[in-house]
Design a protein around this ligand. Structure first.
Ligand code: NDP
Length: 246
């Protein structure tokens, strides 16, 4: 079931970064895309640019999430909404930082799958793409964020077993550092943020979208389970090296 067999996609966290790049890439392949996030002006701009449909939703509102997502009949779920907070250190994190990461990155992501996969299984056609992180696979020093992405990683691995025979495929994408607004929230101090993203060429949101399109485009007998991609100068443990002279 390559991408051409899918008709409708739901992209969460579509108002910026990786989500917005996925909307653009899927619209370019002729998919009817519902783009969801909280910021309506961003969604309106994306709709004007790509012709996607929009849905304003805070994924922490679980009742609204089920109400809005269950009826969409999406063939593809790009389960992307997420955030990092408190990258300055666990001991400096607030109670709200911890709760928001768990609510959005874990609880809402699982509910989004639950709300959409039942319809996919009934139609015997579907593809769930979870956006994890290398922080969910390796200890790189962000304990709560890493724990949320680690939880989603094992959720995806178990779910693949659970979904066997339903016609629903499951892919997890685990990126290293991508140049997006993610770090405005994760590292509010501008100087520290600039230092964190300096000395190497970060991934671009379009790189992640291309990996997702590859997984969606695979023939039906192929389930691309996990894709890990990092900047060339970033090792999975988080270390960044200066680019090599070429
Ligand atoms: P952005 O900050 O650009 O995008 C995050 C998206 O999530 C926004 O569209 C935001 O929309 C949405 N979002 C956040 N909270 C909520 C909420 N409560 N309800 C609905 N939508 C919400 O960051 P990225 O594109 O980088 O992040 C996308 C995913 O990629 C995340 O899951 C992140 O953890 C993951 N990731 C990012 C990496 C990076 O280096 N950037 C590396 C590895 C993984 P709005 O604010 O409008 O609601």
């Amino acid at each position: 079931m390559p991408l051409s067999d899918y008709k409708t996609a739901l992209v969460t966290g579509a108002s910026s970064g990786i989500g917005a790049a996925c909307v653009t890439a899927l619209r370019e392949r002729g998919i009817d895309v519902v783009a969801t996030a909280r910021r309506p002006e961003r969604l309106a701009a994306l709709a004007a640019e790509t012709g996607c449909r929009t849905l304003q939703l805070d994924v922490r509102d679980t009742d609204a999430l089920y109400r809005e997502l269950s009826g969409l009949e999406a063939d593809i779920l790009i389960n992307n909404a997420g955030l990092g907070r408190g990258f300055a250190g666990f001991l400096k994190s607030s109670k709200d930082d911890i709760e928001e990461m768990i609510d959005v990155n874990v609880t809402a992501a699982i509910h989004a799958v639950h709300a959409t996969a039942q319809g996919m299984a009934a139609r015997k056609r579907g593809h769930i793409v979870n956006i994890g992180s290398i922080a969910g696979l390796y200890p790189i020093g962000f304990p709560v964020y890493g724990a949320t992405k680690g939880a989603i990683h094992l959720f995806a691995q178990h779910l693949r077993i659970d979904l066997k025979g339903t016609g629903v495929r499951m892919t997890e994408i685990c990126p290293g550092r991508v140049a997006t607004e993610f770090f405005d929230t994760a590292i509010p101090d501008a100087e520290k943020r600039t230092a964190f993203m300096s000395g190497f060429s970060p991934l671009r949101p379009e790189d992640i979208a291309a990996a997702i399109v590859y997984a969606l485009d695979a023939p039906w007998h192929v389930n691309v389970s996990t894709i890990e991609l990092t900047p060339t100068e970033q090792a999975p443990g988080g270390a960044v090296r200066q680019p090599v002279e070429r």
